[in-house]
Design a protein. Structure first.
Length: 200
């Protein structure tokens, strides 16, 4: 985590624009939320775990909104920006409907009992909120990436976070951690690109 944050800082420090600052805020907030979850998961107090999950969700959601702001700042002036916003809303709505359908099917299967043992209802709602906001950010950044290709790594980062949270919900912790690392790494790619390819 320290390596990923240090890389993000190096990129942001080299090119301290508003877009970079907002993405760096996402990296810091998401890292803080993950550390909080990891520390509290060692405790047996269920109320403490739920409180930590709620705080982590707030931090991650603020981070996701920061990335959306970053993409908007970067793509401002693009003739397709208004159309991109409308498409983002439609695709996010579709994603939420698909997610709810998958959860409904999952709740009717026997394996759903496992997920219910791992997380309480407030925990599940917190994770779903992160999934919705991160997928919205992912759609927005990928669509902006059609004309502003530098934003594509950020879009991939947000979708990696989306899948990471879903895997975490289903108890796939190792896969969730791997995708979380990919999410932060892709955010770092956006931040480091101006430094690595300066003048090209």
């Amino acid at each position: 985590m320290i390596i990923l944050i240090a890389a993000a800082w190096s990129g942001m420090d080299f090119s301290p624009g508003f877009s970079e600052m907002f993405v760096f805020a996402f990296v810091i907030l998401t890292a803080a939320a993950t550390v909080l979850r990891s520390v509290v998961n060692t405790q047996r107090n269920k109320s403490l775990k739920t409180a930590a999950e709620m705080i982590a969700a707030v931090l991650m959601c603020i981070g996701c909104m920061a990335v959306i702001a970053s993409g908007y700042i970067y793509a401002v002036g693009d003739d397709l920006l208004n159309l991109t916003v409308r498409r983002t809303l439609i695709l996010t709505g579709f994603t939420v409907a698909l997610l709810l359908a998958l959860l409904l099917v999952r709740s009717k299967s026997q394996s759903a009992a496992t997920a219910e043992c791992i997380f309480s209802l407030p925990d599940v709602l917190c994770i779903l909120l992160i999934v919705i906001l991160s997928s919205a950010a992912g759609w927005f950044l990928l669509l902006c990436g059609i004309t502003s290709t530098a934003l594509i790594p950020c879009g991939v980062s947000m979708f990696s976070l989306t899948v990471s949270e879903l895997l975490r919900l289903y108890g796939k912790r190792l896969a969730s951690v791997c995708l979380f690392i990919i999410s932060i790494f892709m955010a770092d790619v956006f931040l480091l690109s101006p430094m690595l390819f300066h003048g090209h």
